[in-house]
Every structure is written in structure tokens, then in C-alpha cells.
Design a protein around this ligand. Structure first.
Ligand code: NAD
Ligand code: MG
Length: 381
């Protein structure tokens, strides 16, 4: 009779990359079995075998049991905090609730938090980790496409206030990011597309060959192809990691990641940060507008602006104000929202403009009349 232990089920290979930030460097793993193996994967970065998982009510029933099982199997003790889903959760009152729960459980300096969910959970949990006991470690397990390609990487954490989004926060890097692309399979299509808008953004910033690849593969990727999703998440995380390594605190190149966001934030402010227009949808429209503004001021070929618009529309994203129906768009209202954007510097608007797909640059040299003309055109086409 053999008494050999059963072999552990083999893990499918995953991609991995390192975000280089000196002693705050961390690994980003992208693959299909990562939640199932999270316990073993995170063990090496834990100061003590104890974590608190923060998640939301939509994600908990889907992925929390698998995560709990893998933590237990790895000998990591764990408790959970399950919050309401939605942007309202990124608030001072929920932050207070999380901090109270952590202190109530008598967490120690070596206890780590795990953010299991989308960008809302990631931003809130990261900020709680930044301030609890003057700073504890946390790990990101992003479960939306947007959080896998954007918010889980780079260490921006924070909450919203009545004065605007993300106005309270901190730079606090995670110790590890586990992007399990199978978790995207339960995500509503509209959320997948919203995340895809940010994927396209990386091509638009500095990688025209990635944009070319997305023109060919974007549709299948959005429809669920795992191999394409894994490639796109890897490519996006690599692009973001490179920029963050160079400029963690957005004093320079990191601003390029805001391509489409000056316009986008104005659109979100006008529609109330809700269901009318998701952030990623606003970015799709905003990135197209940035190209149209660049084309109108003869910085960028008209043809490139057309390609961007067509690609967003081809996958089912809005690419123009005219695509977002049921809103009475007015150029002046949007311009006044831009004036209260977080990125305003000495009263001047900062835009990311472009010389063509993959050639974005930061400028505050933009004439308001050109912005107005671009907006007016987009309201009707
Ligand atoms: P989200 O966290 O609200 O998730 C979207 C919805 O999907 C929620 O209802 C959530 O419960 C649900 N969900 C999550 N994972 C799921 C899954 N696997 N299956 C089914 N449903 C699932 O939104 P988001 O788009 O992930 O993130 C948006 C937030 O991210 C915003 O607050 C934004 O400000 C922030 N953000 C932060 C950064 C950063 O650098 N920190 C960057 C971009 C965006
Ligand atoms: Mg964004």
C-alpha cells in the first residue's frame, strides 16, 4: 500500500512581471488559477500568516469561498469584511467602518489586507491599509478588467468626497497583485467594455503596435477569449508598471495615463458618476475627443482620430457625445467641469494631446475655443 501524499493539482502557468520601485517593488501575476492558489502565492510576502479580506457583496459569493479555502490550506488565518457594491462605498463613512472593524479585530502591524474586487474595493482597501496603524501591507486581487489593467497597479489609493472623486488618498503600493482573468467571466459585458477602454488607452499613449493588435483582436477579447485577455492584461500592466516605475507620484510622465480623462471627468461630472456613463465609457469618449482636438489643431492626422473612434464603436463603446443618448450635452457646462478637475495647475487646463496613435504628450497649451469647437462637433456626430 502506497502512502504517498496526493500530488497537488498542477497550476496552469501564469505570466508575471515586476513593478520596479526599489524596496517597494512587487510582482504582478496574471493567469487563470490565481485565486485558487492565492494562499501559496502570497505567503512569501506576508509578515505574519494573518490577513483580512475586504470585498463587496457581488464578489463575495463568487470568489470569496475559493480564496478562503486557499488561505486556510496555506495556513493563513483570515477574516472578512463584506461591503456594499458601488462607487458610494469609496467614502469616509465606509472607510471609518473598515478601520473600526480592523481595530475591533485587533490587527497588528504585520497583518495584511487583501482587496478582492474591482477598483472601488481596491482603492478603499488600499487607503485603509495606508492609514491603519500608520500603514500596513495589502495585496490586490482585482476582479474587474478595469482594476486588472489599471487601478490595482501603481499604488494610488483613496476615496471620494462631496467635492469630487479621489480627493482624499495616499500613494501606497501593494505587496503583490494577482490578476485572475477567469474572474472576468462573471463580469457584466458593460463592465468588461468599460475596462477595455483603458486597455486601448495604453496603445494610444505610446504603443501603436498594441493598438494595431487590438484592432484585430479587441472584439474577440471583449467577447471572452482567455488567451487574448491574458495577453492584453499583461501588456497593459507592463505599460502601466513602466510608467509608474519612472514617475510614481505623477510629477511627469505618469500624467500620460490621464489620456482622455480631462474630457472624461467632465462627462462623468455632468452625468453624476452613475449608470448613465461608466468611467471607462467616459474615457472612450474622452480619448476620442483628445484625438479629435489634436486633429483639429493639426497636431495629429485626421485619419488617426477616425481610427480611434471607429475602434471604440466597433467593440460597442461610445466614442462621441452623440453616442451617449438621453443627456442634454452642452459644451459650456462641460468646460466649466474641466475647470474643477484635480489636474488643474495654476488655473490652466492640462490635456493629454497626441501627434498620432501611440504619440501622446502632456500640454497646458490648449486654447479653450478649440476645446469648445471639438465638443460642439461631438454633440452632433
Ligand atoms: P467597481 O469596483 O465598482 O466594480 C464594478 C462592478 O462589478 C461592481 O458592482 C462590482 O461589485 C462588480 N464586480 C466586480 N468584480 C466582479 C466579477 N468578477 N464578476 C461580477 N461582478 C463583479 O468598479 P471598477 O470599474 O472595477 O473600478 C472603478 C473604481 O476604480 C473607481 O472608483 C475609480 O476611481 C477607480 N480607479 C482607480 C485607479 C487607481 O489608480 N487607483 C485607476 C482607475 C480607476
Ligand atoms: Mg481611468
Amino acid at each position: 500500500e502506497s502512502s504517498l501524499p496526493l500530488p497537488a493539482s498542477p497550476m496552469t502557468p501564469h505570466d508575471s512581471l515586476k513593478l520596479e520601485l526599489g524596496d517597494r517593488s512587487y510582482n504582478i501575476l496574471i493567469g487563470t488559477d490565481l485565486i485558487k492558489n492565492a494562499g501559496d502565492l502570497i505567503s512569501p510576502v506576508l509578515k505574519q500568516p494573518r490577513v483580512v479580506v475586504v470585498t463587496d457583496e457581488n464578489v463575495a459569493p463568487l470568489y470569496l469561498p475559493t480564496l478562503q479555502q486557499s488561505l486556510s490550506a496555506a495556513g493563513i488565518s483570515h477574516t472578512e469584511i463584506i461591503l456594499h457594491a458601488g462607487e458610494q462605498t469609496k467614502s469616509l463613512s465606509y472607510l471609518e467602518g473598515v478601520i473600526d472593524a480592523l481595530l475591533d479585530q485587533k490587527i497588528e502591524r504585520g497583518t495584511s489586507l487583501i482587496a478582492l474586487g474591482g477598483g472601488v474595493i481596491g482603492d478603499l482597501t488600499g487607503f485603509a491599509a495606508a492609514i491603519a496603524l500608520r500603514g500596513i501591507d495589502f495585496i490586490q486581487i482585482p476582479t474587474t478588467l478595469l482594476s486588472q489593467v489599471d487601478s490595482s497597479v501603481g499604488g494610488k489609493t483613496g476615496i471620494n468626497t462631496r467635492y469630487g472623486k479621489n480627493l482624499i488618498g495616499s500613494f501606497h503600493q501593494p505587496k503583490m497583485v494577482l490578476a485572475d482573468i477567469t474572474s472576468l467571466e462573471s463580469l457584466p459585458t458593460r463592465e468588461v467594455l468599460a475596462g477595455y477602454a483603458e486597455v486601448v488607452k495604453y496603445g494610444l499613449i505610446n504603443d501603436v503596435s498594441f493598438f494595431d493588435w487590438l484592432e484585430i483582436n479587441g472584439q474577440a477579447l471583449c467577447n471572452g477569449d482567455r488567451t487574448l485577455r491574458q495577453s492584453a492584461v499583461l501588456k497593459s500592466c507592463r505599460a502601466k508598471a513602466a510608467i509608474v516605475s519612472e514617475d510614481e507620484r505623477e510629477e511627469g510622465v505618469r500624467a500620460l495615463l490621464n489620456l482622455g480623462h480631462t474630457f472624461g471627468h467632465a462627462l462623468e461630472a455632468e452625468t453624476g458618476y452613475g449608470d448613465t456613463l461608466l468611467h471607462g465609457e467616459a474615457v472612450a469618449v474622452g480619448a476620442t475627443l483628445a484625438h479629435e482636438l489634436s486633429a483639429a489643431t493639426r497636431l495629429c492626422p485626421m485619419e488617426d482620430a477616425r481610427r480611434v473612434k471607429e475602434h471604440y464603436r466597433a467593440v460597442g463603446l461610445p466614442a462621441s457625445l452623440a453616442d451617449v443618448t438621453g443627456v442634454d450635452w452642452r459644451a459650456e457646462a462641460l468646460i466649466s467641469h474641466m475647470g474643477s478637475d484635480k489636474k488643474v495647475k495654476d488655473g490652466r487646463l492640462t490635456f493629454i494631446l497626441t501627434r498620432g496613435i501611440g504619440q501622446a504628450f502632456v500640454t497646458s497649451n490648449v486654447a479653450l475655443k478649440d476645446v469648445r469647437t471639438t465638443l460642439v462637433a461631438a454633440i452632433s456626430t
